[in-house]
Design a protein around this ligand. Structure first.
Ligand code: FAD
Length: 652
């Protein structure tokens, strides 16, 4: 049947129209082969815009539609749906991106207009060769995997469980709680972190809809939206949780002490341990790497004192398989290695500490019982808090870590409350963006805290006066004074940059996600879908997507949960029809495609000696199409003929 193409050019307000002469694009489109109708509109994605397309399909008997607007990532589903509602197969629609690929990246209106015309001509050439494709509906497994048991993951899991959905939560540490469990008071309300968090942790452990796997990690993910199969490695704990009564005697008796990761190395824990006293679950695990029995074959003191006989020295890692319909990744954040920032003296001077170390010092359950003390056990007379340590700095992390200004203010308040120290905040500018945050800053202005506008250049112990002798000196350019200042102090707290987890790339690959340039997990759309990812059915929750404070992490977790909930409630999903297809007559059975497929979607029929594509797993990425040495694989919706027509149109 002859192609009757309709072209619809969007102004996108002024996003496109200010740089591209939309009228000329429409005029040019009218002359392209196959085009029977072309028009423009201010916002094609709006209701009237879509109505205009549907109306034109009926009036002009269009059998192909091209919309020249933004990225298909943004509105391809919108326009496909509009076409379907007008009775046109949605795969007979093609999108020409004249915003991200054109108006946004050019400054010359004439050149941008010519380019937009080229882009539309190419899209029309492809559209003429499009073929209708049929999507398939598949059932959704009514269960959700939550990876990471910080506050974001906890909130997501509890919301899902409250809606009656089964949840599997996987946390790699001995306990859930994440970073929030390490905090003492939380800004701006100064409410106790543990008081808010621990009840939620207990709810997770006790909820009948939640299965909690701590000391575990997801090792493999197969499948697709609605039907993922995950393999979880449950690390050997050497303690039978069904027998252990969590009495804690083994923790007392174990003779081996190692630095406590929870206390940031400021205190020790035993080789058999729980992460912290309020850990959930409360049953301890044996840290094989430091346990004397595993290191040199002797000890097992813990076992001698264990009344219920819960130790299992032959315990092994176990692989558990679970089928889930959706995955929420809530793996949180890390902090920049402060010892890599030599100018601020961390690791060189014992009383230069990180923010998270200060949290532990200040915590009643921490190494000093909540007293803010220097390494020599005395109280500091003056403390400097350095903002933006590694953040907003082209040498390290260009982005703002968002939480540091606020926790730096919180620290200043706590120092004033607990000590008689003079407190200096060295800042670039104060970013108090949340509800009640600016008010908290103003409160601090009246508490006698000294604010020095200027990033600290370095910390030294080289004295230039008697006042500085035996102390740390913070050197900074105070920009309001226009001069370099030297401030002698006894303790320096570094508000070190929030970073992605060290294994973010590995985790991203495992779950089919991308990374943003800053290294955090990439969301599908920064504004409209900051909790979705490029892989359908895989969602993001909390600070793994970018630095977040607790309210934002909780809101993000809840948003991700509600989106997963909607998926589960629908009961079935449509899987992409633009997948790869093998021409069996041409396939040589070399299996090159099998190794290259990033989604494990290609199998091999040994009898017929041909590659077989599992359409449910295939994402239509085209890697196999480009790789097949016999050109035996066709990318539906991106066939050679369609792509070549597109390229030829550029030179027409
Ligand atoms: C010094 C400091 C003070 C702060 N003070 C405040 C404050 O007063 N108020 C406030 O609102 N915010 C504060 N914050 C921010 C707060 O810590 C975060 O908002 C919050 O922890 C984010 O929660 P999350 O669940 O996204 O991540 P996290 O707390 O990082 O939790 C992530 C969880 O995922 C687990 N995990 C990681 N990788 C894997 C994996 N591959 N598999 C399984 N599990 C995994 C981790 O072990 C962890 O349990 C502070 C932060 C710092 C550094």
């Amino acid at each position: 049947m002859e192609a009757r193409v309709g072209v619809f050019v969007c102004h996108c307000g002024t996003n496109i129209a200010s740089m591209v002469d939309v009228g000329r694009v429409v005029e040019a489109a009218r002359s392209f082969p196959g085009v029977v109708h072309a028009e423009d509109y201010k916002f094609m994605c709006s209701d009237p815009g879509q109505a205009l397309i549907k109306d034109a399909i009926a009036r002009h008997q269009l059998n192909r539609v091209v919309v020249a607007a933004c990225s298909p990532r943004m509105h391809e589903p919108t326009f496909r749906k509009a076409c379907a509602e007008a009775g046109l197969n949605p795969y007979l629609f093609e999108m020409a991106n004249i915003r991200e690929h054109c108006s946004w990246v050019h400054e010359d209106r004439e050149a941008a207009t010519v380019k937009a015309i080229d882009i539309v001509r190419m899209a029309v050439a492809k559209a003429r060769l499009l073929e209708p494709l049929q999507t398939r509906a598949v059932k959704v497994e009514p269960k959700v995997l939550v990876v990471g048991g910080g506050v974001a993951g906890i909130q997501a899991a509890l919301n899902l469980a409250a809606a009656g959905i089964k949840v599997i939560m996987v946390e790699r540490r001995q306990s859930i709680g994440g970073r929030m469990a390490q905090l003492d008071k939380t800004f701006p309300t100064l409410d106790c972190s543990a008081c808010i968090l621990t009840p939620k942790m207990v709810q997770v452990a006790q909820h009948p809809n939640i299965t909690l796997y701590t000391y575990s990690e997801v090792e493999d993910v197969k499948g697709f939206v609605g039907n993922f199969e995950v393999t979880i490695r449950r690390k050997a704990t050497y303690v039978d949780p069904d027998v252990c009564t969590a009495c804690g005697v083994c923790l007392e008796k174990c003779p081996k002490k190692v630095p406590s990761e929870f206390d940031e190395g400021l205190a020790t824990r035993k080789a058999v341990y729980r992460l912290f006293p309020q850990a959930v679950p409360g049953k301890p695990v044996v840290d094989r790497a430091s346990c004397t029995y595993f290191v040199n074959g002797k000890c097992r003191v813990c076992e001698r004192f264990c009344e219920p006989k819960a130790f299992r020295w032959d315990d092994q890692d176990r692989l558990v398989k679970e089928r889930v319909g959706a995955i929420l990744v809530a793996t949180g954040y890390d902090l920049i290695d402060a010892s890599s920032l030599a100018q601020w003296g961390y690791g060189r001077y014992p009383d230069v500490i990180t923010g998270i170390e200060f949290e532990r010092l200040n915590n009643a359950t921490g190494p000093t019982g909540g007293k803010i003390l220097k390494k020599d056990g005395t109280e500091p007379q003056a403390v400097a808090i350095l903002h933006c340590v590694g953040s907003r700095d082209r040498n390290y992390k260009e982005y703002c870590s968002r939480i540091c200004c606020m926790y730096a203010l919180k620290f200043a308040h706590l120092l004033k409350e607990k000590t008689r120290a003079a407190v200096y905040n060295f800042y670039i500018d104060m970013r108090c963006f949340g509800k009640g945050y600016e008010e908290f800053y103003h409160r601090l202005l009246h508490e006698g805290v000294k604010f020095i506008r200027g990033k600290a250049a370095y910390v030294t112990d080289e004295a230039m006066s008697d006042e500085e002798r035996g102390r740390l000196v913070v050197v900074a350019e105070a920009t309001t004074l226009g001069q370099v200042v030297r401030v002698p102090v006894d303790m320096v707290i570094l508000a070190s940059a929030v970073t992605p987890q060290r294994d973010a790339l590995e985790v991203a690959r495992r779950f089919g996600m991308g990374l943003s340039p800053d290294g955090f997990f990439m969301e599908k759309h920064p504004k409209l879908e900051p909790f979705s990812t490029a892989t359908d059915g895989v969602f993001l929750a909390g600070a793994c997507q970018g630095p977040k404070d607790i309210p934002d992490a909780v809101a993000h977790g809840a948003a991700a949960a509600s989106t997963a909930m909607a998926l589960i409630a629908r009961g079935e999903v449509e899987v992409e029809a633009a997948t790869a297809e093998v021409n069996e007559e041409v396939c040589s059975g070399c299996k090159v495609c099998q190794d290259i497929c990033p989604y494990g979607a290609i199998g091999f029929d040994a009898d017929r000696r041909v590659a077989v594509i599992n359409a449910s797993l295939c994402k239509g990425c085209g890697t196999c199409v480009a790789t097949c040495p016999s050109s035996a694989i066709i990318g539906r919706h991106f066939t050679d003929a369609q792509v070549v027509a597109q390229i030829d149109a550029l030179f027409a």
